[in-house]
Design a protein around this ligand. Structure first.
Ligand SMILES: [Zn+2]
Length: 274
């Protein structure tokens, strides 16, 4: 073998992502033997196993949803499935129907609203208007309808033993939010919900709806983004400065979210109030 081919092989290993075949190409982050984060391909997900049940937080969309269901099947067999949807957008819910007889918990949208906005096959069977707990193995999972922010009924999930908080799309990590008036997105309410979150929980790991997992500073950074954007929406002199500050943020989906879209959304909603 020539030095050049050895170099090529080394280069290949350096470039290939370290994903095992049994992970179906999913970006799996193991926190401990019972608890995993599965990132991207729709919203970020969490999977918590006990001897008798599995909790899935957000079920992704399209092939990501299918591959995550296969990944869970390989490990869970016939265990009881609980699903929590952090909100009504399909990138977090479109895998619901892939599981057999799940209990599906979502914020209190009700059947009519859900069916008008999302698909019937993914319809939850428990509407949560305030809070509930769910025992999964060693964890007493706390599920909290934090009210209207990214949508009319955003749900966040806290694992107190592990100190992990799933924020849904109420917090994103370096990603511009998709502000969708049909489901009730409201920037003032985002800020109220975020303050509530910061006051109530002491997470070590924060799993945002999109972007890398972080910690409490991820929540604070997103809060600052919303406040900056609200300022810039009311003061065009600040626009260029903010555009520069948030230059490396991603837009998801690319045509519906971004710097301009956030500014415009805030301007439209404040003109409605006047
Ligand atoms: Zn999302």
């Amino acid at each position: 073998m020539t030095a050049r081919s050895v170099f090529s092989i080394l280069l290949l290993y350096a470039v290939l992502p370290l994903v095992s075949c049994s992970d179906y190409g999913l970006k799996v982050k193991k926190i401990d033997d019972q608890f995993y984060l599965i990132l991207g391909e729709g919203g970020n997900s969490g999977v918590l196993f006990s001897d008798s049940a599995v909790l899935v937080i957000d079920t992704k969309v399209k092939t990501g949803a299918e591959r995550m269901r296969r990944w869970i099947d390989d490990r869970a067999g016939k265990k009881k499935i609980y699903i929590i949807n952090t909100h009504i957008h399909k990138d977090h819910t479109a895998g619901n129907h892939l599981y057999s007889n799940p209990d599906i918990i979502a914020g209190d949208y009700g059947n009519m609203f859900w069916n008008a906005v999302n698909s019937r096959e993914d319809l939850p069977n428990h509407w949560l208007s305030d809070t509930m707990t769910l025992r999964i193995g060693d964890e007493l999972v706390f599920i909290h309808n934090i009210g209207q922010a990214h949508s009319f009924n955003d749900v966040i999930v806290y694992l107190p033993k592990r100190k992990v908080l799933f924020t849904g799309d109420v917090v994103l990590n370096k990603v511009h939010p998709f502000l969708d008036e049909h489901v009730g997105a409201n920037v003032d309410n985002y800020l109220t919900a975020i303050d509530d979150m910061l006051f109530t929980y002491a997470p070590k790991i924060v799993v945002p709806g999109h972007g890398d997992p972080g910690d409490k500073s991820t929540i604070i950074e997103f809060k600052n983004y919303l406040m900056d954007m609200r300022e810039a929406a009311n003061n065009p002199d600040l626009e260029a400065q903010m555009q520069e500050k948030y230059l490396d943020w991603m837009s998801l989906p690319i045509n519906k979210a971004g710097f301009e879209q956030t500014l415009q959304y805030i301007r439209n909603s404040s003109s409605l109030r006047e």
